[in-house]
Design a binder for this molecule. Structure first.
Ligand code: NAD
Length: 481
């Protein structure tokens, strides 16, 4: 049975408490943390949004969300009753003056206060300012924001300035939910709690690294937002960049928020500028029953990319000469997120009968089936002589840890970290800005080049040029199963 350490009591205000993110993720996550005994039953959750709504109506609204997003077997009526008893609601315009006083009256003195901004980024600055002006932001308060954290370096700097006008950096929690995933934290455990891998974790032994976030869904329903953003801004600048950082960073001296984040920042700063020739942009086109990207966006000539592949280099002692290949896209053959460390081959093979040598690889799988696989070469059993065969040494967490293992959803973990005041798994302002600086240079090169994204078939494995990006280096992408 997992050891649950309850957090201290808190008041959590969810701005945009009636929105999609609150319904799908934040509220179900809190419910689950209550059920397992981590969230105290005297903690309070206050929805704040523009619409007028009674407390009772909000409770019913949340109850319906739980019914929609939580399996019936995990939703006991008495738990639901306790949970909705912890809820309250205020109608408030984020950029107006009404409602703030009422919100203030609902908050307790001297308990942890968290303000979760589950609203569009154009409201972040105004809310932060009002929280300060009205005195609702206390020294024990935290503010939580998530992507999009800017559209480019300039807007990210502006956003950081707005937040830090009212909150100290150690009160600002920038969520990247990839960092809340169990496997991602396990990457740190794997690297820094085992003697086995770290000596091999460098250009000397690693041929290259592949980081993939493949989605099989398209932009349906989100086309309006997505078309202004594209895969580079929506995925690479944040999620893939964070995975790259954790894979490549030096061991921090301590497992502490700023020690970890300092090391991640150093990785971003060591990234080489990427020439346009080392990037590929793609946009999916109709294939069989699958519609095309352009069916889902307003602009029929949109050149926004739904796929990006990038070859990048980290210029430091550990990694010089080892390329990191990143790719992400929508409407691909499968849904897969993984980090693959591909090791160099043995210096001299004594087995001539190997058809194809691929060497060892360590695969860190984020989804589906979180786990870690080590690709090994062994002798093919049987009388056929000294034939070699590749086999996986596989550890799927659900199998290895048993059926009762508690793998908490990323949001559950992260929200509890906010209450605990632990920023290790949150991005610091300077990290976000450094990532934008690198991203902006690539976006600018694309703009200057004026090249359209290459079309790729919906349900396929990405644009031709993306395969070529690997082939020209004598490598290939792993399958998106
Ligand atoms: P949404 O449109 O579903 O909800 C927005 C919420 O904000 C509603 O509750 C609305 O009442 C409230 N709101 C809007 N304007 C307001 C105002 N002036 N004053 C007070 N309340 C106001 O949006 P969402 O999908 O929940 O997303 C919220 C934010 O989180 C966005 O910035 C989005 O980019 C980000 N985000 C969403 C997801 C997701 O899965 N939906 C994932 C990651 C990040």
């Amino acid at each position: 049975v997992a050891r649950i350490i309850p957090v201290e009591t808190f008041d959590l205000v969810i701005f945009g408490g009636t929105g999609d993110l609150a319904r799908r993720k934040i509220l179900p996550s809190l419910f689950h943390r209550m059920v397992v005994g981590q969230m105290p039953t005297d903690a309070r959750i206050i929805g704040a949004a523009r619409g007028k709504m009674t407390r009772k109506a909000f409770q019913e609204f949340v109850e319906e969300s739980l019914e929609e997003f939580i399996d019936e077997s995990e939703r006991k009526p008495e738990d639901v009753k306790t949970f909705v008893g912890q809820l309250d609601y205020v109608a408030l315009d984020a950029l107006g003056e009404g409602g703030w006083e009422e919100l203030g009256k609902k908050l307790r003195k001297d308990v942890v206060r968290a303000f979760y901004l589950s609203v569009g980024p154009s409201l972040f600055g105004g809310i932060a300012e009002r929280l300060k002006k009205t005195g609702l932001a206390t020294p024990k308060s935290r503010i939580v924001v998530e992507k999009p954290l800017g559209h480019d370096l300039e807007s990210a700097q502006k956003l950081n300035a707005q937040l830090s006008a009212s909150f100290k950096e150690n009160q600002i929690y920038r969520i990247d939910h990839y960092l809340g995933k169990e496997t991602v934290q396990n990457l740190m455990a794997l690297r820094f709690a085992n003697a086995l891998f770290e000596p091999l974790w460098s250009a000397q032994h690693v041929d290259h690294v592949q980081i993939t976030v493949a989605e099989n869904i398209g932009v349906e329903g989100r086309g309006g937002y997505y078309d202004k953003s594209g895969a580079m801004r929506d995925m690479i600048q944040n999620h893939l960049m964070q995975l790259l950082c954790l894979t490549a960073m030096e061991p921090p001296a301590r497992f502490e928020p700023n020690a970890v984040r300092d090391e991640k920042l150093k990785v971003i700063r060591a990234l080489d500028p990427v020439p346009a020739a080392d990037t590929v942009r793609g946009q999916y086109r109709a294939n069989g029953e699958d519609g095309s990207y352009l069916d889902h966006v307003e602009n029929p000539d949109s050149t926004t990319e739904s796929y990006v592949a990038i070859k990048t280099q980290i210029s430091n002692w550990r990694w010089a000469g080892t390329p990191f290949y990143l790719r992400t896209g929508k409407k691909l053959r499968g849904r897969l997120s993984e980090i693959a460390i591909i090791f160099k081959d043995v210096p001299h093979s004594i087995f001539p009968e190997v058809d194809e040598k691929r060497g060892n690889a360590l695969i860190i799988r984020l989804q589906p089936d979180e786990g870690i696989t080590l690709r090994m070469t062994i002798k093919d059993p049987g009388p056929g002589g000294m034939r070699l065969k590749e086999v996986p040494l596989d550890m799927t967490f659900a199998d290895a840890l048993g059926p009762n293992a508690e793998v908490a959803d990323a949001y559950e973990r992260l929200i509890m970290d906010v209450i605990r005041g632990n920023q290790t798994l949150f991005m610091r302002g300077d990290e976000v800005e450094a990532a934008w600086e690198w991203t902006d240079a690539i976006l600018a090169a694309w703009e200057k080049g004026g090249k359209k994204p290459q079309a790729y078939d919906a349900g396929g494995s990405g644009p031709e040029d993306s395969l070529a990006l690997m082939h020209r280096d004598g490598r290939r992408w792993r399958e998106i199963a």
